[in-house]
Design a protein around this ligand. Structure first.
Ligand code: HEM
Length: 438
């Protein structure tokens, strides 16, 4: 990098921290791929869908997860989301059966059950943090489907609090760019380590209880406990804890966010809300949704698509180059960090006219097939495609249908939160909503 670009680095970091939306937009419209000077690592921003395709699919073997994601393993252990290479491949094969189509179909009833139960505790005029409510709901669903266990309040709160601390830590750009700061004896670092210990303890409790009971629940946890590799070896307690933990976290944080932003968008767009309600009345009448209703819930599905277009819960994906290579005519050295932004790709006017408008109807017809594969990629793609993508898609439609058929959570304009560009796209300060019975 030239001296001039190097001098820009601290300024870039501050702009990224203060105005991430504008910063990402500016640097992804600048070129299909280009390097952005920042302290520590000067990442390449990969904006062109064809180049993203090369990184995530075509030449995926030449990349591992980026440095920040790998740093995440300090907190979450070496589970699926962060592991790489042969170890990752083996673990993915072990976990995959829990996500087979038939398994997921069986989960549908559990998802609706939890949503209906929540809906029956809500009261007319009640004001609540709808983000917190969605987090608790999706946590219960993951616990019940993948681990066949209820999550008592203490464990739920432990996981929730610890996630808050972790997200805050990873949204702080000074930590992201200058990782050695994490080793200093700061109060922030201490809270962070305590959060990690608390989560560890909670998950360990679940795994130990299952080992002790020895029961085969036919769920993910039992599959992982039973799984043997070619030499007959089994997962150590530590590996099991890492995998359980990542599925717990990845399995509820993102889905809750998709639902949360959807409620905000539906409040902002009464015409979309009216169409959603009309569809639910028509398809469901007065009963809860079932798996069989899903194909008929087309508008509901478009709402979910459109919501994840504008507020992708996973707003960026990062990789590191394993060797010197060339991408889109640009030399990318070994060790380089590459960042791809769903947030920006999903707003490209070439694929999404009126990109800032919330228009579920745009998903009617063949839009998904017409646009390049990586013009819209809320679940990533290639070998590292989200293992829970079918699970999440089903959960989003069923939960939305189940709650919206009875309730309308209204988010006032003044209460619309800013998104926080942490590992995931969280609403800053939660999201206040008032419940209206329909
Ligand atoms: C991976 C998004 C729901 C478990 C990913 C990736 C994305 C993503 C973008 C790829 C990251 C990369 O390539 O670096 C989402 C979104 C969700 C969601 C937007 C909901 C709306 C879930 C659910 C589960 C889950 C429900 C589990 C029950 C995982 C795991 C990985 C992953 C384990 C790592 C897979 C691997 O690398 O083998 N997710 N996810 N996710 N997701 Fe999801």
């Amino acid at each position: 990098l030239s001296l001039r670009r190097r001098l820009q680095a601290p300024g870039n970091m501050l702009q990224f921290a203060w105005r991430p939306q504008q910063f990402i937009a500016r640097h992804t419209t600048a070129a299909p791929i280009h390097q952005v000077a920042m302290p520590g690592a000067s990442p390449f921003f990969v904006a062109d869908p064809e180049l993203i395709d090369e990184v995530l699919v075509g030449r995926s073997k030449l990349f591992i997860k980026d440095r920040f994601t790998r740093e995440l393993s300090l907190v979450v252990g070496n589970g699926l989301l962060v592991s790489d290479g042969d170890f990752w491949r083996r673990q993915r094969r072990l976990a995959q059966p829990a996500f087979h189509r038939e398994r997921i179909a069986a989960y549908g009833a559990i998802m609706v059950d939890h949503a209906e139960r929540l809906a029956s505790t809500w009261r007319e005029g009640q004001v609540l943090d709808i983000h917190a409510a969605m987090m608790r709901l999706t946590l219960d669903i993951v616990a019940d489907t993948l681990f066949s266990t209820g999550v008592d309040r203490a464990i739920a709160e432990t996981i929730g609090d610890a996630l808050d601390v972790i997200m805050a830590r990873f949204s702080d750009p000074t930590f992201a760019f200058l990782p050695w700061l994490a080793d200093l004896p700061l109060a922030k670092n201490r809270r962070f380590r305590e959060a990690r210990t608390r989560i560890d303890g909670a998950i360990r409790g679940i795994v130990t209880a299952r080992r002790a009971s020895g029961r085969d629940e036919g769920d993910l946890l039992s599959m992982l406990l039973r799984a043997r590799d070619d030499e007959g070896g089994q997962m150590s307690d530590e590996q099991l804890r890492d995998e359980a933990f990542i599925l717990f976290v990845a399995g509820h944080e993102t889905t809750a966010l998709a639902l949360t932003w959807t409620w905000m968008l539906l409040s902002q767009h009464p015409e979309a809300w009216a169409k959603l309600r009309a569809e639910l009345d028509h398809v469901l009448g007065d009963r809860p949704p079932t798996l069989a209703d899903v194909p008929a819930l087309r508008y509901t599905d478009w709402v979910v698509h459109e919501s994840m277009r504008l507020y992708p819960p996973a707003w960026s994906i990062g990789r590191e180059a394993l060797e010197d290579l060339e991408l889109g005519g640009v030399a990318v050295p070994r060790g380089a960090q590459l960042w791809m932004f769903q947030w920006a790709a999903h707003r490209d006017p070439r694929h999404f006219p009126r990109p800032e408008a919330f228009e579920p109807e745009r998903w009617d017809g063949d839009l998904a097939r017409r646009i390049p594969r990586f013009a819209y990629f809320p679940f990533g793609g290639g070998p590292r495609l989200c293992i829970g993508n079918n699970f999440a898609s089903l959960e989003l439609v069923l939960v939305l249908a189940s709650l919206a058929r009875r309730w309308r959570p209204v988010v006032r304009a003044a209460d619309r939160p800013r998104p926080q560009f942490s590992i995931t796209l969280r609403p800053v300060g939660g999201m206040r909503a008032t419940l209206q019975r329909r």
